[in-house]
Design a protein around this ligand. Structure first.
Ligand code: GDP
Ligand code: MG
Length: 349
């Protein structure tokens, strides 16, 4: 296709554009031989800018950059497992958190929000941690786990991780990984699978699915290795480098979570998990797909029925209150009359 750059080669920039049909012959119409030859001789020019709906992706990019992105993470694991350190290492944050106690009476959800920026991209990161989880496997802790994980249908994208991977040998790690995967399967817990339906990421994602659960190491300290400073844990026998793929899966986790699949994670949360949660909540308050006689009902019909029921209930309660009020008034009137009677008798005496 030859397209002249704006202003160049346009016969009359102010003249209204001719309808397409005038410029191009309709499909199937015969093009005169001479004009085809002419077309073949047309000089191809490269475009200097973007025109028409080709600009749509740019609109989206600009809007997203202006608005910024948001990402929510729920990090579940017992106290001291390395959750805060891992999040700090992933996002270069500083949770400035005192060490949590192992003796809390209950489990609390702690929410921390960070406004992060990398070049001109803004990210609002919300990290929710379960403080006290795992210190006592009480009912509250189980509830939090079941609400999030759920049997069969997960309410969140679950990405299982093995923390402090530097404390386990490579052989034991493989055994531990397969044990975790077997337990997840036998308990019917569906974990998040990196999507393989997009040609550009299918290969890397399917190979990453094989690596789950990722064995990670978190650390904010920098250590000198050769001439470079790297994030790592210094031991008498060497340095465990957080960002070295031969040492742990931290880079794999970071790439999967932040570079390749962030939008997919958010989309699945929104379209699958949130919709599932919404459906459960609606069912709990009586919004189902079928009526009492198992006939399909529209949302509007259920809404109208519920509205009518609520209206009737309000009327009943109003009637009851009126009745009670009248009764109290009558009781008081009788009591006043009796008191009056007694007062007049005693004045006669
Ligand atoms: N060896 C090792 N220690 C870690 C790792 N991550 C964190 N730690 C240490 O474990 C302790 C608890 O970490 P923290 O992030 O506060 O755990 P949280 O209670 O799960 O948030 C701290 O002393 C960390 O330095 C890791 O990957 N390997
Ligand atoms: Mg913590």
């Amino acid at each position: 296709m030859a397209t002249a750059p704006r202003g160049l080669g346009t016969p009359n920039a102010h003249a209204p554009a001719a309808p397409r049909a005038d410029r191009f012959p309709p499909a199937g119409a015969e093009v005169p031989r001479g004009s085809r030859q002419k077309e073949e001789n047309i000089r191809c020019l490269t475009m200097l800018g973007h025109f028409g709906f080709e600009c749509l992706p740019h609109q989206l990019v600009n809007k997203s950059i202006q608005q910024g992105f948001s990402f929510n993470i729920l990090c579940v694991g017992e106290t001291g497992l390395g959750k805060s350190t891992l999040i700090d290492t992933l996002f270069n944050t500083n949770s400035r958190e005192k060490k949590s106690s192992h003796f809390r009476p209950n489990v609390e959800l702690k929410i921390q929000t960070y406004q992060l920026q990398e070049s001109n991209v803004q990210l609002k990161l919300t990290v929710v941690t379960t403080v006290g989880y795992g210190d006592q496997m009480n009912k509250e802790a189980r509830d939090i786990l079941h609400k999030g994980v759920g049997k069969g249908v997960a309410m969140v994208n679950i990405i299982p991780l093995i923390a402090k991977a530097d404390t386990i040998s490579k052989n034991d790690l493989q055994t531990f990984k397969s044990k975790i995967m077997n337990e997840l399967i036998s308990n019917g817990i569906q974990i998040y699978q990196f999507p393989t339906d997009d040609k550009t990421t299918a290969q890397v994602n399917s190979s990453m699915n094989e690596h789950l659960p990722f064995a990670v190491v978190g650390c904010m300290d920098e250590v000198k290795v050769g001439k470079r400073m790297v994030r790592g844990r210094l031991y008498p026998w060497g340095v465990l480098q957080v960002e070295n793929e031969n040492h742990c899966d931290f880079v794999k986790l970071r790439d999967m979570l932040l570079c390749t699949n962030t939008e997919h994670l958010k989309e699945v949360t929104h379209t699958k998990h949130y919709e599932c949660y919404r459906r459960c909540r609606l069912q709990k308050i009586g919004f189902t797909d079928v009526g009492p006689d198992n006939q399909p009902l529209s949302f509007q019909e259920i809404y109208e029925t519920k509205r009518k029921e609520f209206h009737e209930q309000c009327q009943r309660e109003e009637e009851e209150l009126k009745h009670k009020f009248m009764q109290r008034v009558m009781e008081k009137e009788i009591a006043f009359k009796e008191a009056e009677k007694e007062a007049s008798i005693s004045s006669l005496i």
